[in-house]
Design a protein around this ligand. Structure first.
Ligand code: FPP
Length: 248
């Protein structure tokens, strides 16, 4: 952690937690066992993010495409989400963590939605890390919803087409209250974004690691942040434009 420049931390880190299934199968275990081990990594990474001083952490827990997995795995995952969230809320609250959920939550069973609502309400006033769980989330779904939302407003006459800007459009996304992630991490050796925060990741630095999610720990997070800090973020400008005047 001494290697990190605390004045240059990403405010928001997003993570695609991949590799639970492969990790479990490599140990001759059932895929669900991998998801249970993945929860330990979630706990460790949330602890580490709090300690380092990250303000927003988004975890991709379940995509809309994941509904197509075998029924047994989907049911197992839903039980795992509800049980973990319910069990962890007191600890999250004690650590001043605010919990939020993004995604097409209408597709979740009603008891699961109720558990998420309770957890959200319980931690709503906390001012430390905002932990955002993407559940039943798909970025294309979110973008289409935002487009429909704006079209409805235009049709109703409450806004004109000229009111549709990058700012108002991003206010229609599920992430409207959060800054865009500056760093996106994907575990387990896949080099894809998989329908995750397509709009919000426009300028994010992408970091890929071979480490399977159940093996991902604080040191891996620090390595990713340190790699982020070594990159030059130009936002379309030239290197020279980024230098302070006295260094030119
Ligand atoms: C992807 O690995 C992982 C998931 C679909 C589930 C992730 C869920 C957890 C880590 C539990 C998190 C719990 C809470 C409360 C947020 P995969 O199964 O696609 O792995 P594979 O690519 O090796 O098959």
């Amino acid at each position: 952690m001494e290697n990190l420049d605390l004045s240059k931390l990403p405010k928001h880190i997003a993570i695609i937690m991949d590799g639970n299934g492969r990790w479990a199968q490599e140990q001759g275990q059932d895929r669900l066992f991998g998801h249970y081990q993945g929860v330990i990594s979630v706990r460790k990474v949330v602890e580490a993010a709090t300690e380092i001083g990250i303000q927003y952490l988004t975890l991709y827990a379940f995509s809309t495409e994941n509904w197509e997995r075998p029924q047994e795995e989907v049911t197992g995952l839903m039980t795992l989400f509800v049980d973990t969230i319910t069990k962890e809320v007191p600890d999250l609250h004690k650590n001043n963590i605010r919990l939020r959920f993004i995604g097409n939550l209408g597709l979740l069973p009603s008891h699961a939605r109720a558990a998420l609502d309770t957890a959200t309400a319980h931690t709503a006033q906390n001012t430390g890390l905002t932990l955002i769980i993407a559940l039943s989330y798909s970025s294309r779904w979110e973008l289409v919803e935002a487009a429909k939302n704006m079209a409805t407003k235009v049709k109703a006459g409450s806004i004109t087409i000229d009111h549709i800007t990058e700012t108002t459009f991003s206010e229609s996304l599920t992430t409207s209250e959060f800054p865009d992630p500056e760093l996106m991490i994907r575990t387990s050796g896949e080099f894809r974004i998989s329908n995750f925060l397509l709009y919000q990741l426009a300028y994010a630095e992408l970091y890929f690691t071979e480490t399977r999610w159940p093996d991902f720990r604080k040191d891996d997070l620090i390595k990713a942040i340190s790699d982020f800090q070594s990159r030059e973020r130009r936002f379309g400008k030239t290197s020279d434009q980024l230098l302070p005047n006295d260094e030119k």
